[in-house]
Design a protein. Structure first.
Lengths: 495, 325
């Protein structure tokens, strides 16, 4: 099958981000003093378990980032030119093709074999009967769903979970071999150390998390080919598939927002703090003005205006996906503008403090240029602030997306996200009996994503923030426990 | 003190002008009034006459910044910039798309918003401080540990789910209070219980954890060690010394949102059908009523600036070491 790769704007930025992360990781690896705080992160049990979960989400998100347009099979053949579908698909769509294409008529409950609504069905003898018709795909392999379904679900999920356990076993053994080679003691010895929890890196916690994740995903994968494990939505789309698609939207908003505002915040914050004088006045005025507009209102105003622009200039977007993607990018930009001010203020304060330091005074005395002082002495010393605020912001942004989509200024309605899922499900709240599964799926996925992001952010913060580190030593609190920083921005509270 | 306040008020003016310029650019320069008219009337099959009529009804049929057709000062005042943006300083917000006066709507909708936001604010502050103090009192024990775990878990739940779950459990399943709506006089209370509880619960995680950090930070100070060295009981140290000092950042941090309480909360009000400013804004966003959104942006930033000034004043009130010059 031929295809044409498509790189949407957010895809390009995600690739850029990944490449940047690799360069950063390589740089840190080469410098021992940069590696020390990361070791502290690696020694935190909750942080590393959270990272394990995040890796699952990130791999789903990355699969969903690689977009392409499949070729359309036309009867003509040999015309030399292949036509490509206007539908942009991702690798995830390809992997989950059974989920994507098996569309039922309307709502159906998780694991159901029947539709959720009664329909008039014509009997072979000509009569008519109102009943819940069988689903086209969900549980279609069963002869008599009433009696067989329970046993079938248990059998298939057990098989899937067992498959997950086998993979886990392989992972554990290879981990043991790797660790054993490191110490030179052999893999049995290394594995027993892992299971006693006596390794410096909390491998035991990581292994337990990995086992849980593999068990669940194994069972889910084994079942999702035969049932709609989270049910279907109004137009019969599989909710499990939607949740998987929503992961990318959440990840993109959480990461790209920070990426896009970072250059501005760094440049302006350090300029204001380092040069003082009129530059400081202007920049302070700029961020005070921007931050005095309540976040949601600024986002709403900007997104409304962007909607008008997109409606009146339809010629700029060739596919629906490109349009939805640009809207997502713009949403990141606007969210970045509103959250930019906090980081800028922090950086300005830190630069103000640093410029009075003796080593910078010495650099001045030696005639080092401003540019070199900033890049060489100030920038590396504010990077911990950038890192902490990046990871701390992530979970707040994922939550904000849901609220914004509810308000009507979120992502494009054609783009699947947790917010659009909740929004669609909310309309069915009053229905009797209630359609609850879409809410449950969105809740589960969002909770897992945000919780692990929060835990990881805590681990990073307690490893990098000197204030928090002193605090936890002084109070003698349980050493592994983290204390929070600023409360996460909640967009629901400020109008 | 009075001098300082007056000077702060003057500082606020350039910021408000900046906000005004930003909204003007967003609403009139990025998209011309013609674009907006076309959007509102439907993209295709729009006659030029319909656009002109739409603009005339809303007063958008003037030049943006400079009116050449007028004489003298009217060249500047008979423009969109003056009539739509500058007029907001005099609280002349104009009319919404349904023809009602926006300033009147804002005035009548402030009270329902406040009726929810104020109890949430006061109750929340008390509840979070009590929880945080409990955790600090039992610090380095399992109470503290599981408290933090619970806080992080609560933080990770979207505020939408708090509302949905609350409405489902309390109103639909147990039929304790009405699911949504708003009443007159004494009737109001039963409609307010649920939104207030959910409002307090939805930000409990983040705030409790933050207050706990503030308390812990205060616990490390020298005066606490002195108090303990004097032989004071731990509970007295905690409730008399630490609490009072840690309340300074908590209170001053809370003052800034007091004026914003008038705006209410966007999603809670629309979920519970409360006729406040939050639901007004949401309706305006959904029906693309630009005049209302513009007015709310201006009002929001005005209230925020008032909050900042109040914060500075409150510093001097609770912390005698700070003098405003």
């Amino acid at each position: 099958m031929s295809f044409k790769p498509v790189i949407l704007w957010t895809d390009a930025l995600v690739y850029l981000l990944v490449a940047g992360l690799f360069v950063f990781a390589w740089y840190v690896w080469r410098n021992e003093h940069l590696l020390v705080p990361w070791r502290r992160v690696a020694h935190s049990a909750s942080g590393m378990s959270a990272l394990t979960v995040l890796v699952f989400f990130i791999s789903v998100g990355m699969l969903d980032t690689m977009h392409f347009r499949p070729a359309i099979e036309n009867g003509g053949g040999g015309m030399g030119e292949t036509a490509y579908s206007v539908e942009v698909l991702s690798l995830l769509d390809l992997v989950a093709a059974p989920l994507r294409t098996r569309v039922e008529k309307t709502y159906s409950a998780p694991f159901a074999a029947h539709l959720y609504a009664k329909e008039t069905v014509e009997l072979p003898d000509g009569g008519q009967v109102r009943e819940f018709p069988r689903l086209k795909y969900g549980g279609a392999h069963l002869q008599d769903p009433e009696t067989e379904r329970m046993a079938d679900v248990i059998r298939r999920s057990a098989a899937g979970a067992a498959m997950g356990l086998v993979i886990w076993g392989f992972a554990i053994v290879s981990l043991g071999i790797l660790l054993g080679r490191g110490d030179g003691k052999g893999w049995r010895c290394a594995l027993s150390a892992v299971f006693c929890g006596s390794t410096a890196v909390p491998w035991r916690a990581i292994c337990i998390t990995l086992a849980l994740m593999l068990l669940f995903s194994g069972a889910a994968l084994a079942l999702c080919g035969y049932y709609h494990i989270f049910g279907t939505d109004k137009v019969g789309q599989d909710v499990f598939y939607q949740s998987l698609k929503g992961v990318r939207t959440g990840l993109v908003i959480g990461t790209l927002t920070t990426l896009m505002m970072l250059p501005f915040a760094l440049l302006l914050g350090i300029t204001a703090g380092y040069f003082r004088g009129w530059a400081d006045d202007i920049i302070q005025y700029l961020y005070t003005t921007l931050s005095s507009i309540p976040g949601v209102l600024l986002i709403a105003a900007a997104v409304l205006m962007m909607q008008v622009y997109m409606e009146t200039h339809p010629e700029l977007f060739d596919t629906i996906a490109a349009r939805a993607d640009l809207r997502l990018l713009f949403l990141c930009l606007i969210l970045g503008v509103t959250s930019w001010t906090g980081l800028c203020r922090l950086l300005r304060g830190e630069a103000l403090k640093l410029r009075e330091m003796e080593y910078i005074q010495a650099a001045h005395a030696f005639g080092v240029s401003h540019w070199r002082i900033i890049t060489r002495h100030i920038l590396p010393n504010v990077m911990h602030i950038v890192l902490i605020s990046t990871v701390m912001d992530f979970s707040g942004l994922v939550l904000a997306e849901a609220v914004l989509s509810y308000v009507g200024v979120g992502v494009d309605p054609s783009m699947i996200s947790f917010g659009t899922m909740i929004n669609a499900a909310r309309l069915e709240m009053a229905r009797e009996p209630m359609v609850w599964w879409a809410l449950l799926a969105a809740f589960t996925f969002m909770f897992a994503l945000v919780l692990s992001a929060n835990l990881f952010a805590d681990a990073v913060q307690s490893a990098f923030d000197p204030r928090i580190r002193i605090l936890s030593i002084k109070t003698g609190a349980l050493r592994r426990k983290k204390s929070g920083g600023e409360p996460a921005r909640t967009y629901s509270e400020t109008p | 003190m009075l001098n300082y306040i007056i000077r702060r008020l003057f500082y606020a003016i350039p910021i408000l002008i900046g906000v005004n310029l930003i909204t003007f650019t967003l609403f009139f320069v990025v998209n011309t009034p013609d674009d907006m008219a076309r959007m509102q009337l439907g993209i295709k099959r729009v006659t030029p006459d319909a656009i002109i009529k739409w603009k005339q009804e809303r007063g958008y049929d003037k030049p943006l910044l400079f009116n050449e057709g007028e004489q003298g000062l009217a060249q500047l005042t008979r423009t969109i910039f003056f009539e739509k943006s500058v007029a907001m300083f005099a609280f002349r917000f104009g009319r919404a798309d349904d023809g009602r006066d926006i300033a009147y709507e804002i005035k009548s909708r402030m009270m329902p918003s406040l009726a929810i936001a104020l109890p949430v604010f006061v109750l929340g502050l008390g509840v979070y401080v009590v929880f945080a103090l409990t955790m600090v009192f039992f610090r380095a024990t399992y109470v503290d540990f599981w408290g933090v775990v619970l806080c992080v878990a609560l933080m990770s739940i979207s505020s939408l789910f708090y509302i949905i779950a609350g409405q489902f459990l309390i109103s639909k399943l147990w039929h304790l209070v009405p699911i949504s709506g708003y009443g007159q006089h004494m009737d109001v209370a039963k409609f307010l219980v649920l939104p207030v509880i959910i409002g307090v619960a939805s930000s409990a995680g983040a705030n409790t954890r933050w207050y706990r950090t503030l308390f812990l930070e205060e616990m490390g100070k020298d005066y606490v060690r002195t108090a303990r060295a004097k032989g004071l009981a731990e509970s007295i140290v905690l409730f008399r010394h630490v609490l009072r000092n840690a309340l300074i950042p908590i209170l001053t941090g809370a003052v800034v949102v007091i004026p914003l309480l008038f705006l209410g909360s966007l999603i809670a009000e629309s979920f519970f059908g409360i006729p406040g400013l939050g639901s007004y804004t949401i309706d305006a966003i959904n029906s693309q009523d630009f005049a209302v959104v513009r007015a709310m942006v201006f009002l929001g930033s005005l209230l925020y600036i008032v909050g900042l000034i109040l914060t500075d004043i409150s510093y001097t009130l609770v912390d005698p070491r700070i003098r405003l010059e």
